[in-house]
Design a binder for this molecule. Sequence first.
Ligand code: ADP
Length: 276
Amino acid sequence: DAEEERVLAELAHRTALYLENARLLKEAREAVRQRDEFLGIASHELKTPLTPLSLKVQLLQKQVTVLAREGKPVPTERVSETLEVVQRQVRRLSRLVDNLLDVSRISAGRLRLEVEELDLASVAAEILYRFAPAAQQQGTELELHAPVPVVGRWDRLRLEQVVTNLLSNALKYGAGHPVVLSVDARGTVARLTVKDHGIGIAPEDLARIFERFERAVSDRHYGGLGLGLYITRQIVEAFGGTVLAQSEPGQGSTFTLELPRGDIPEEWLTAHAAPG
Ligand code: ADP
C-alpha cells in the first residue's frame, strides 16, 4: 500500500545517499594516499642533491683547514671540482623547486603569459645548443631540422621551458641514441617535434604521462617527480596549442607540439627562408 511504498522509497533514497558517501570517502582516501606518496617522492628528490652537495663542501672545508694549518696553498683544481658539484646540484634543486612552484601556480590559475614576437626555430636552436655539452658527455647525437624561421607570438620563458622539458626527457630516456628536434609551420600553426630512440612508453601509459605526478617508469634509476609533462601540457594549452606523444616501447618516442602562431603580421604566416 501507500505507506509501504513511502518506506521503500525512503529506504532506496537512504541507500543511494549511503553509496554516494562511501564513494566520496573512497575518493578522499585515494587523494590523501596520492598526496602522501607524492610528499614522500618529493622529499626524496629534494634530499638527493643535498647529500653530495653537503659532502663535497665539508670535504673541501676540511682540506682547506689542514692546508692552512700547514701554510700551504689550496689547489685550484680541488676548489673548482667542488664548485662544479655544488653548482650542478644547486641547479637540480632549483629545477625541482621551480617545478613545484609552477604546479601550485597552475592549480591556483596564476600562470601568467607575457607574449612577444619570437622565432620558434631560433628558440629551438638555442635550447639545443644549451644541451650540447650534456649530450656529448652521454654520447647522444643531437640533430636540428629547422630550416626556416617560424615566427609567432608566445611567452619566451614558457616556450623555452616546454622545449627544455621535452629535450631533457629525450636525453634522459634515450641516452646514447640520436635525438632529432624539428620545427616547421603550416599556415597559422607552428609545429615542433622531439624524436628520440630510447626506452619508449607503453600504450597504456601514453595518456597518463601528462597528468600530475604520473610516472610511467617506476624505476628509481630515472629520478623525477612526474611534473615536467604536466607543466608542459598546461603551458601548451595556455598558448592554445596541443601536445601529443607517440611511442613504441623499446623503439623510442616522439612528442609533437602544435602552437597557434597568434596575432602576427600576415607576411610571417608563410614559412620563408632566412634573410641573407
Ligand atoms: P619525470 O620527471 O618523471 O621525467 P615527466 O612529467 O617529464 O616526469 O614525464 C612523465 C613520465 O613520462 C616519465 O616518468 C616517463 O615515464 C615518461 N616519459 C616522458 N618522456 C619520455 C621519453 N622521451 N621516453 C620515454 N618515457 C618518457
